[in-house]
Design a protein around this ligand. Sequence first.
Ligand code: HEC
Length: 95
Amino acid sequence: MTNPLEGSEQARLAGAKLYARECASCHGPDGAGLGKAPRLNRHDVYNAPPGTLFWVLRNGSLRRGMPSFAHLPEPQRWQIVTYLRSLRSDDQPAR
Ligand code: HEC
């Protein structure tokens, strides 16, 4: 599965806005993590296949507190995936 919006700066910016609205309360403003939710600016998230991230947004991890975002239209979920793959902290270089 490939991200139809991969590499689009417009999609990344739209994804950043969606992330701030839908995700930052749990995962932190720039993916640095907050309390119970894991940080997302990790190399294994950065390197995760887009389809895997898309799957997580579709299904969540309900028992562990990650909601499903299946209610968002698919293009918006791909925008979020595009944004996620732009997050990378300096201490976690890409492989
Ligand atoms: C209500 C809090 C909450 C919200 C809102 C939330 N998450 Fe999560 N998320 C979690 C928790 C808790 C986990 C850990 C789940 C687990 O351990 O299986 C998680 C796991 C994840 C993972 C897997 C990380 C890993 O370590 O493999 C990704 C990717 C993710 N979230 C992305 C997002 C995105 C993108 C959004 C917004 C669209 C979002 N989450 C919104 C709580 C949240």
